[in-house]
Design a binder for this molecule. Structure first.
Ligand code: ATP
Ligand code: MG
Length: 542
């Protein structure tokens, strides 16, 4: 449950009897996939309503027929479900077109709306600026009868797009530009994906939204801060259309991620340019992208709730989200051994071809997760970076020539000789093991230099690892074209090995010991294991 200023308002409204129940809505425009910023709006709406036993609508804001797509609607519904929420009802802004139309006719009858013939450009000209008042349109004084007739004709398709608009008659000198006779209906000669061909006129957001809220009995209409100076218009519409239920708009700060652009236009550009594979590319800040990268809904929820809610836009490093993923998975995910950059070891005093099975806990911090078998043989892989021919200093805790380390869950091994390729790179390291030091035997003869992990080359499975970094270059210039801002090294693909017990199942998560948290890619199969790095332990947020 979250404590914030909106919750306080809701509590008050229930206490003093203004509302009997809390009703909220999440109103996405179905023109792209949702991103992590939307998660704040979703979680806030659903959690607040839930905490008072209320309800939350999912309302597709489809008042503009030009941009919406079915694919996006389905994706949005899936994202919400994935976050663990079930809308009370799924509705469409277009469900309320008839109501909005009737109310517009009433506004005309009350002398509060008029049909304007000004072109878009002229209208902008007449509107004035922040420093200068606007001018009345010459059509502002049309009679009610004429307005009713013209509006009807607009509806019947008698005019071309842009030829006429319906405007509210408020105040062309208002210091708030949104109140200077805002347009509430425009002509669009397109068929609507949900409402079909019925309408030639479409209501604008600032007029349609409060009416939709009122029709659904929304008590608190939550939106991001940029709608702040639209609130007077929201209230005007409610006041002058006399709905049964009175919703109230409350704004909250947007959630931004450092070094990441959360705008649909930008996400679309990334997909359409082919720089990323699709909206669910793990580098994308979309919910489907974060999911594919390995983030859990729980981690996203905790992230959003912990970053709080205020009337200030916030910018948060993505590493904070990493922290919640680790928190979520620490006790839940299997810990496995993986080698991303393999160095081959040959154990010269271990019988060739023999495979020994050893028991090892699935999660050293959570013994309830049981054990699995790991294997040991005369051919092993360790990480390249865990070996140094010459010990760099006395604090060195990995393998070096002449010294001994423990292989996690197995034996002490000692490195004796390095065999090189013609080009000077290491082909393999010859080692010996000490049978007395078997893991679990409580050997106390001497201490190894350190403990490192390994996989057994005879039983290991090949795997492809996708390692991600930011889509944007670190010091990119926000004014430069997108191509120049993109980080060409945002995806690094490496080939290595995972231990025998590793399960390839898509979206299954594991912690690779001494490395990080990983999640199987959606395309991972038994014969082609593909693993996405979610969070690296090495550079994670503290
Ligand atoms: P655009 O207006 O560019 O299409 P949008 O991000 O505003 O994009 P909507 O579909 O209108 O997209 O958003 C649905 C809801 O999500 C709105 O109420 C909006 O205020 C909220 N929202 C969008 N982005 C953020 C964000 N970064 N942080 C918090 N809330 C957001
Ligand atoms: Mg919007």
């Amino acid at each position: 449950m979250i404590a914030n200023f909106i919750k306080t308002i809701m509590e008050e409204d229930l206490k003093n009897g203004k509302h009997k129940e809390i009703v909220t809505r999440f109103p996405p425009e179905p023109n792209a996939y949702l991103h992590i910023g939307h998660a704040r709006a979703i979680i806030t709406n659903f959690e607040l309503a839930k905490s008072f036993g209320g309800k939350t609508y999912l309302r597709f804001d489809d008042t503009n027929p030009a941009k919406e797509e079915k694919r996006f609607m389905e994706a949005i519904q899936k994202d919400i479900e994935w976050l663990g929420y079930e809308p009370y009802k799924v509705t469409f802004g277009s469900d309320y077109f008839e109501d909005a139309y009737q109310k517009a006719v009433n506004l005309i009858k009350e002398g509060l709306a008029y049909v304007d013939d000004l072109s878009k450009e002229d209208m902008r000209e007449y509107r004035g600026t922040l420093n200068e008042p606007g001018k009345n349109s010459p059509y502002r004084t049309r009679s009610i009868e004429e307005n009713l007739k013209l509006f009807e004709e607009m509806k019947d398709g008698k005019y071309e797009e842009g030829e006429k608009t319906l405007r509210l008659k408020i105040d062309m000198a208002s210091p708030n530009l949104n109140m200077r006779d805002p347009a509430i209906y425009r002509i669009i000669n397109k068929s609507h994906p949900h409402a079909g061909d019925k309408w030639k006129i479409y209501p604008l957001y600032d007029y349609a939204h409060p009416l939709q809220d009122a029709s659904e009995g929304i008590t608190h209409s939550l939106c991001s801060l940029e709608y702040d100076d639209h609130r007077p218009l929201y209230d005007w519409v409610i006041e002058h259309t006399h709905p049964v239920s009175i919703p109230r708009q409350i704004e909250f700060g947007r959630l931004n991620i450092e070094g990441t652009i959360l705008s649909k236009r930008y996400l679309k550009q990334l997909v359409e340019s082919g720089f990323v594979k699709d909206y669910d590319d793990p580098r994308m800040p979309t919910l489907v992208g974060l999911k594919r990268k390995g983030f859990t809904p729980e981690s996203i929820k905790e992230f959003v709730l912990s970053t709080g809610l205020s009337r200030i836009n916030s910018e948060i490093p993505l590493e904070v989200l990493d922290h919640f993923l680790m928190d979520d998975l620490k006790m839940k995910a299997n810990r496995r051994m993986a080698i991303l950059s393999p160095l081959k070891l040959v154990i010269t005093n271990y019988p060739e071809g023999q495979i020994e099975r050893l028991s090892f806990p699935n999660n050293l911090e959570n013994t309830e997760m049981g054990e699995r078998e790991i294997t040991f043989s005369n051919t092993l892989y360790i990480e390249e970076e865990d070996f140094s021919e010459i010990k760099p200093d006395n604090k060195y805790k990995r393998l070096s020539l002449g010294s001994e380390v423990r292989l996690m869950g197995a034996y002490f091994i000692k490195a004796n000789e390095v065999i090189k390729n013609a080009d000077g790179t290491i082909k393999e390291v010859l080692c010996t093991y000490d049978p007395l030091t078997k893991s679990g035997s409580h050997f106390e003869g001497r201490k190894p230099q350190g403990t490192i992990h390994y996989v057994d080359a005879l039983t290991a499975k090949k795997a492809t690892f996708n390692l991600f970094s930011s889509l944007l270059k670190e010091d990119n210039d926000p004014k430069a074209p997108l191509e120049e801002r993109l980080n060409p090294a945002s995806l690094e693909v490496v080939h290595g090995f995972v231990e025998e017990a590793y399960d390839f199942t898509p979206s299954l998560k594991a912690q690779f010991i001494r490395n990080g948290y990983y999640s199987n890619d959606d395309d991972s199969t038994e014969d082609n294991i593909i693993i996405n790095r979610t969070v690296s332990l090495k550079k994670s947020f503290k």
